[in-house]
Write a protein that binds this ligand. Sequence first.
Ligand code: SAH
Length: 283
Amino acid sequence: MSKHWPALDIRFTASAPDQRAADADRLAAALDDLRPTAIEERDGAWRVFFTTAADRDAAGVALAAGADRFESAPLDVPDEDWARRSQEALGAVRVGRVVVAPPWRAAGAAPDAADLLVIILPSMGFGTGHHQTTRLCLALLQQRNAAGLRVLDVGTGSGVLALAAWRLGAGSILAVDDDADAVAAAGDNLELNGAPGAITLRHGDFRLMPGLAADLVLANLTGALLMRQAETLAAAVAPGGSLVASGLTLAEEEAVAAALGRWLTPVSRLVEGEWVGLRFDRL
Ligand code: SAH
């Protein structure tokens, strides 16, 4: 018997981009109370998954109040896709010397003595090692000898890059995220790895933290944020240091590279699918 997942397809009715963005914010806030398990965006429409059909139907009723802003239609999505994705979430991922694995795969996930194991509990929080941008950052990070360096992980999510830097021998690590759930998840992962004191976690917006400085700045954010915050991020890179940036797409690369290139020197570029990872140095 094939399983199906209850979902809602939600379409925004406004045509003006500004209005649609505002409506998307309202929808996200409304969904917060409706217990969705996952949200996928495709072609500007949202597919929102629920654990049960009852939850889905209750959400449909609740969202009907916003019917002038968005239209929703219930559907049942066959679970092949989900099976594939949960398989992925179960597996270990290797990038260079770093192996990222969930706790139940940690034993045997790093068979070579030279392997550096990072245990990450998969959760809604970003950064299990299965996203291309995380892998790009892990690869670029290993181009530098991190031993003894001061590392700043801007938008740490699950803590995966900070933990990788710790395994690679970084001297001190500050990991920042403005999402309280991410900070909590990162804290759990530090414990899991036996690294509770090795990494300083800070909850907050990096744009409001003056004086950030490190030899290695890791910023897996978005193209737009990298562009707007290029000066702030570059300013955090000490002389001789590097900025590892990802979260940008091929379409955004030129603008992001130009923004960062005003302050730093491009030295490396990696691509996975449509995602780009860039390394800049302060020479
Ligand atoms: N570093 C992880 C997670 C990247 S996802 C990895 O590479 O897999 C990006 C993270 O940046 C999210 O957790 C998000 O909450 C955080 N973030 C976005 N904007 C931020 C800001 N202005 N200040 C701090 N954190 C931010």
